[in-house]
Design a binder for this molecule. Sequence first.
Ligand code: BES
Ligand code: MN
Ligand code: ZN
Length: 484
Amino acid sequence: MSQIIEVTARQGDPAETSADTRIIGLFEGVESGIEPVDKLVASGEVKASYKSSGVAHAHGKRFLAVGLGKVEDFTTERARVSGAVGASAAAALGAKSISWISPTEGDVAATAGAIVEGTLLKAYKFDAYKSKDDDDESSGIEQLEIVADDDLTDAVTAAAIGANAVNAARDLQNQPSNVATPSYLADRAAAIAAETGNIEFDIYDRQWIENKGMGAFAAVAQGTIEEPRLIVMRYNGAPDSDAPTLGFVGKAVTFDTGGISLKPSGKMEEMKFDMSGGAAVLEATGAIAKLGLPINLISIVPSTENMPSGSAIKPGDIVTAYNGKTIEIDNTDAEGRLILADALTYANELGADRLVNLATLTGAIIVALGSTYAGLFSNDDDWAAQVEAAADSTGELGHRLPLHPEFAELIKGKYADITNAPAARKGSSITAAEFLKNFVGETPWTHIDIAGTAWDLGRPYVGTGASGFGVRLLIELARKHGQT
Ligand code: BES
Ligand code: MN
Ligand code: ZN
């Protein structure tokens, strides 16, 4: 809902800018060469320590100094945070256009991209439902220019596409569940396809899901009068390539009440965010298509509400998944794995060779890893390492947790092949992953549990509320995949 910031890269004299505010990153003990700023540093009025900022005025211009800390401690993540520090300081000053002199330490293109990301992510707000005050005229930063010796156009443009996709995912997350229904997400997929012009999509309804034999997905959807949707998007950016086709799958439960195994009411409103994995997959797919990355991709988003009702599934019910396995539904609140089961089987059937799924799957992952790491689970070390590397480079960190036959043992069913919720709560994020593993066959697959990171991430550039976690990770994974 926040306005799009126009982002450009420029080579040449930093002083020749039309921006109302120039931002200069300061490393500790290194002169910036911008006299008014260096004077303030010398007098101690402005510090170069990481996350600090200060303002100087000279020659009718406004200079905003942003502390980058020590050169040897500088990372892309620090550049992202510094972009956010600059954005909030500039916005507080009423700046409309900012010109960042890109720091020359390290990977210049990566640093510039991270500054763009930090700025755009920090500037995001969701105020669609707040009545406007008459004197509320400030609409924030409208333009961002990155100035450097090198031509950083590609890096800066790509970073802006990625950050805008994250913000679009945050919009989907933030919409309440009475607006962001499964059909709303399907409409968004159609809109993304129309915007990019190079995505094919199919949208399936309840009747199709039932007729197809997706008994696990249909079981969750049977409790709600809201129509479920299975959203399939295909992007063929490398039609002649025989490289593996990527398959992205995202959980999109637009509201998770727990069903008959009803959740407690405290914080239940946060369960509108239970579609965060699906939102990330939709928007990442759009960004990948906009960037024209040379890869082939199938993205699948199963979407439904999880409601208690006269038609809802009940604990003990047994259903047959699309791959023929029977599932005992012992807890109707373990619904995410049910809809993902059939979506993963379908992704495999449609020809995905490398699977990644994103899901707000278990409360236990929040206990284990907080909001610092998402949980990674995989049946393939190489594929897991690629996902982990992408996560590292975008700052959407993932920490791998193990699978083990003893956990697979725990999800064996009493009356059916498997149960969706073992009685023992032992390793419950892992047993959830073991459940999903039953539906990926031999395909290399990585499951990312984002229950702790999809909102209230707490990073300086996202803070509280929806984070759009995973969007940049998926784009980066696709970008790297296209280089091999
Ligand atoms: N959507 C929840 C997981 C969740 C909880 C995400 C809190 C974010 C914050 C998921 O559908 C769920 O309810 N999982 C249960 C599984 C259990 C019943 C086996 C859980 O984690 O408690
Ligand atoms: Mn649930
Ligand atoms: Zn859920």
